[in-house]
Design a protein around this ligand. Sequence first.
Ligand code: NAI
Length: 298
Amino acid sequence: MSELRFDGKVAIVTGAGHGLGRSHALELGRRGAKVVVNDLGGALDGSGASTTPAAEVTELIAKEGGEAIADAHDVATPEGAQALVDAAIERFGRVDIVVNNAGILRDKSFGKMSVEEFDAVLAVHVRGSYLVSRAAWPHMKEQGYGRVLMTSSPAGLFGNFGQANYSTAKMGLVGLAKTLGIEGAKNGIKANAIAPIAWTRMTESLLPAEFESKFTPERVTALVTYLVHESCETSGEVFSVGGGRVARVFVAEGPGFRQDDLTPEAVRDNWDAILAETPYLTPTTLGQQAGASMKAML
Ligand code: NAI
């Protein structure tokens, strides 16, 4: 089988100074993409900044024979996101791929979480992914080609204690990927999301020690590399990935229960039918979901 190559393509990877983003950037560089290695260089909670992590990964790519530039802008600000995309255009003339990966944590149980802790996490994950994708969008539309990737999380898809801010942000990214997938279709732009698990500074204190050798960032990067390749036709989908396993995660709707004169009592009395999971639908647009409700009336 032929190798997936990225010659002539330009990729922006946010938060590429450490962990998953570093692994994605190195792999895209190895496979011929010109890479913009973005990283603010702060701590896990988003405090501080440093140009070193992005510069180190950029050097590594060059050492391996690839081409990359470092960028230390904050993706959570409109100016930072714009400057990041401008840097790609100035240096490489185009932007084909945006891997939205930058992220921070401010874990607290819901009752103890401050508004600032909630907002700070949404700012990096949701606003950051939105702002960088927004700045790249006109270039992708003009060239009739683009690949956008969102980094969601099992915490967003399924919930996790102590991560109200983070799960809100990560589920938000699923909605963003789905809508960009729909809106990008006519311009050759595909957007998808991943929900990874990997041993990084974000998870090393949470995961059992034996995960280090099994849940490597590289095992997530394999999926990311395919999703942002031109041969991947899939769009608007979400995949969980970790330790070498990849699975589609889909939002499904059960068969449901319907009656014209729906009353609270009818809801109560048919609760089991309402909770039933099969046969389920997997609408890929709001229209498809509404169509199913219409069909139930016939
Ligand atoms: P990490 O902490 O090693 O990497 C995140 C990177 O983002 C850091 O290098 C950090 O400096 C950078 N960053 C943070 N705020 C930034 C900003 N405003 N602008 C630019 N760069 C910024 O963590 P890891 O694990 O590699 O996480 C990568 C992504 O994967 C994150 O979005 C995270 O939420 C997500 N994720 C990771 C999981 C895991 O198991 N490691 C699980 C689920 C999701």
